[in-house]
Design a protein around this ligand. Structure first.
Ligand SMILES: [Zn+2]
Ligand SMILES: [Zn+2]
Length: 274
């Protein structure tokens, strides 16, 4: 099993998970052209995907889906609520967009639920609800041949359920959206947006990740990929340093052999294999 974060940040998110002959794209938030280009960079062919999972309707996770589907033949795995919200999402540019979205999804959808397991090819997916201001956002663990990985982005706080689900994973892709101080000091964001991001249904901070690494993380994962870094309210080195310091502060008995990797908005991470 292996994965790559093709791109991550407020400008667009997509993760590719591969197990055996099964290839699954998680989210389609970058432009279709860019997604296809980055798949090719990693030696993958968009036409050979076995499924696209859409976690929630926000533009940075689903904005590229409609056009991308022209290059794909696989189904879209999306929940009923997210599908509805995706079709109705305010786009501004064209009043025709809802109809186009609705048309393109017709006969292409495998309806899933945010808390019911499903399978794509050789990979079993175990989704779970996360707190975020979207219709029905979820994170998930994915298992293949006894190995488990997790992907979760866009959530405001780590719940007991999330801590439980992240135990025993070989690799974890987790949001490390902002530094709280940098966000508060950010001159560009209006107060309402800062409140939204900081809330329990907003986005996870570097500090939240650090608390989880010290107190909730079981040390099993050899790889943790920090994702969805804000380009205005975070700094990649600060995010990485905060996470690495937290790992070092763990009680000596539970010290983890974990490598922290950063994802980027503009380029894919190397393959992470386990
Ligand atoms: Zn997002
Ligand atoms: Zn979101």
């Amino acid at each position: 099993m292996k994965l790559t974060v093709l791109g991550s940040g407020s400008t667009g998110n997509a993760v590719l998970i591969v197990a055996g002959e099964t290839r699954v794209l998680v989210d389609a938030g970058m432009s279709a052209k860019e997604t296809v280009r980055r798949l090719a960079l990693m030696g993958e062919d968009a036409a050979r995907l076995d499924g696209v999972i859409i976690t929630h309707e926000h533009g940075d996770h689903a904005g590229g889906l409609r056009v991308l589907l022209k290059s794909l033949s696989c189904p879209v795995y999306i929940s009923g609520q997210t599908r509805e919200a995706y079709i109705g999402e305010r786009h501004g540019v064209s009043n025709d967009e809802p109809r186009k979205r609705s048309d393109v999804l017709r006969d292409r959808v495998e309806e899933i639920e945010s808390s019911r397991d499903f399978r794509i090819g050789a990979i079993d997916f175990h989704p779970f609800t996360v707190p975020h201001d979207a219709a029905d956002n979820f994170g998930f663990t994915a298992t293949h041949a006894g190995v488990k990985v997790a992907t979760l982005m866009d959530f405001g706080c780590i719940t007991t359920l999330i801590t439980e689900r992240l135990r025993g994973c070989a690799a974890i892709v987790i949001e490390s959206n902002h530094s709280r101080d940098m966000l508060k000091a950010c001159a560009v964001y209006p107060w309402e947006l800062k409140q939204r991001i900081l809330s329990r249904t907003g986005h996870l901070s570097n500090e939240d990740v650090a608390v989880w690494l010290r107190e909730g993380f079981d040390g099993a994962a050899r790889h943790i990929v920090l994702a969805h870094l804000s380009q205005r309210a975070n700094n990649p080195y600060v995010a990485q340093l905060t996470a690495e310091s937290a790992l070092h502060e763990r009680a000596p008995l539970f010290r983890a052999e974990t490598q922290i990797t950063l994802s980027h908005p503009k380029e894919p991470t190397p393959w992470i294999e386990f």
